[in-house]
Design a protein around this ligand. Sequence first.
Ligand SMILES: Nc1ncnc2c1ncn2[C@@H]1O[C@H](COP(=O)(O)OP(=O)(O)OP(=O)(O)O)[C@@H](O)[C@H]1O
Ligand SMILES: [Mg+2]
Length: 243
Amino acid sequence: MLEVKNVSYAYKTKKDKTILNNVSATFEEGIFYTIVGPSGAGKTTLLSLLAGLDTAVKGTVLCNGEDITKKGLNYHRKHNISLVFQNYNLIDYLTMVENVKLGGSGNAEKLLEEVGIGKEYWQRNVLQLSGGQQQRVAIARALASDAHVLLADEPTGNLDTAASIEIMEIFSELHKAGATVIVVTHEENIAAFTDRIIHFSDGQIIKDEINENPTKGSGKVHMKGLYRHFQKTAGTESGVVGC
Ligand SMILES: Nc1ncnc2c1ncn2[C@@H]1O[C@H](COP(=O)(O)OP(=O)(O)OP(=O)(O)O)[C@@H](O)[C@H]1O
Ligand SMILES: [Mg+2]
């Protein structure tokens, strides 16, 4: 479980402007969330606090009840959180496989297969790929770590409708496999894929909506035996517990 408790935030350069205003929210393990809201509402800022990329001015971010600063933000970023961005953030002079390997020790080739990228592409430079393919590589890279929470900031923002749906189907599959997925989006049809829609405005949550009937995927995305690392590991020998 990932939580923000009474979190307030202002950028150091603009201390008088409150970006997040006493925000509290709980992100339960295995639930698929979207955060929606107008530009400038503070969505990316909230995601960066959840990811441990920055710290709140007031309040705390908790992973399974423990303040993430206790083990340290580096630990949180390495073990608990995977990130996916709108512009993919791939290294453009590396191949697909090399990019995925940057994410962690997961099997890069297998992960690429699982997100639907065939062998014939693996040694290609990432700039020779479509936007949808680049985003799949970015998701594979996110899955190469041992993290259980996937945070995605407008992951379909640069994609056409078909590619956007494919990406959301991959997230749906990951969610079914037990991942906690939190996606920031502007688009209603993207939010419709998720269980919970958190509406954000002016640095505050204004509505927390339960979506009883999330959009189902087409079933075209096939990921067999997938993402075992998302299965709940609480109480296992390794003692690893995702947020
Ligand atoms: N590095 C920064 N320094 C100062 N102010 C910033 C910085 N980054 C963002 N802001 C301001 O913080 C506010 C919230 O920004 P944030 O990026 O979190 O919004 P957002 O909801 O993600 O918007 P969008 O939908 O356009 O991505 C905005 O008013 C923005 O101008
Ligand atoms: Mg943003």
